[in-house]
Design a protein around this ligand. Structure first.
Ligand SMILES: NC(=O)c1ccc[n+]([C@@H]2O[C@H](COP(=O)([O-])OP(=O)(O)OC[C@H]3O[C@@H](n4cnc5c(N)ncnc54)[C@H](O)[C@@H]3O)[C@@H](O)[C@H]2O)c1
Length: 259
């Protein structure tokens, strides 16, 4: 079993069966963490992922079905981690969707779905995790997977940007409220990452070429390049980092405003 900074810790990763979440779960498990991969929609995919990881030289990986937009399911997710492993050490709010609609085109239903998953989900998962951290004592870590769009407008993706902007303040406000309990809250803002959420862009060679040209490091990130940063920030090696966002974008935000 791994002996990295997360060895022996219990880690929940929401939306952890695919993309960035799967990379975070993999990094944590390879360091020896006990990981709960929260999934929704595809139990087969989550179980296959958990089984693959569990067969490697890693900590344990379990899958649990919780829709983060439902507060009772998020509370059940935290309770399940505690039931299985006796405590919770790290929550990664990673689950997210985007609908790519402008302010003018977004319906109430679309808005509610995006905000429900991307912001309300992270808010109430943070609440459930923080209550558990305080009950058990010894602090804890919450990592919010935000986006460069927590700061950077993206015309045509209004509800997503609003949700990520809210997550930016969720990180700061909850870090300030929870610091006295030894709880750290850190945002991670990826730029463009090669995951299912970007399948449309990845399938269009011209769009990919435009994107790659706009990134100072020359290409989209691999999910592992986000997962490794999250594993570091969740570990004691980052014990003085809180109430801020770490941007992991290959320089994109500084070079291409408005892309
Ligand atoms: N890929 C990028 O370029 C990029 C850039 C910046 C930020 N992000 C953020 O990274 C996070 C992960 O995205 P990704 O790129 O890996 O895409 P992804 O589509 O692979 O991951 C999203 C995950 O969230 C899960 N999910 C969706 N609705 C859910 C719900 N109601 N309850 C629980 N889980 C749910 C999905 O099943 C999926 O596993 C998202 O929050 C996204 O906004 C991605």
């Amino acid at each position: 079993m791994g002996s990295g900074g997360l060895a022996g810790k219990t880690v929940i990763v929401t939306g952890g069966a695919t993309g960035i979440g799967a990379a975070i779960a993999t990094s944590a498990a390879l360091e020896g963490a006990k990981v709960i991969v929260d999934y929704v929609v595809s139990p087969e995919q989550a179980l296959a992922f958990a089984t693959t990881l569990a067969s490697e030289d890693a900590g344990s990986v379990e899958a649990f079905d919780a829709d983060v937009s439902k507060v009772d399911q998020v509370q059940a997710l935290v309770a399940e981690a505690v039931r299985r492993y006796g405590r919770l050490d790290v929550l990664v709010n990673n689950a997210g969707i985007e609908t790519r609609q402008s302010l003018l085109d977004t319906t109430e239903a679309d808005y509610d779905v995006v905000l429900g998953i991307d912001l309300k989900g992270a808010f109430f998962a943070s609440q459930a995790a923080a209550r558990q951290f305080i009950t058990q004592g010894g602090g804890g870590v919450i990592i919010n997977i935000s986006s460069v769009h927590e700061d950077w407008p993206m015309p045509g993706n209004a509800a997503y940007c609003v949700a990520k902007g809210g997550m930016r303040m969720l990180t700061r406000n909850s870090a300030v409220e929870l610091g006295e309990h030894g709880i750290r809250v850190v945002g991670v803002a990826p730029g463009a990452v090669n995951t299912p959420i970007n399948a449309q862009t990845a399938a269009d060679p011209a769009a990919m070429a435009r994107l790659d040209a706009a990134i100072p490091l020359g290409k989209m990130a691999l999910p592992e390049q986000i997962g490794d940063v999250v594993a570091f920030l969740a570990s004691d090696a980052a014990s003085y980092v809180t109430a801020t966002t770490v941007v992991v974008d290959g320089g994109l935000m500084q070079s291409s405003p408005g892309l």
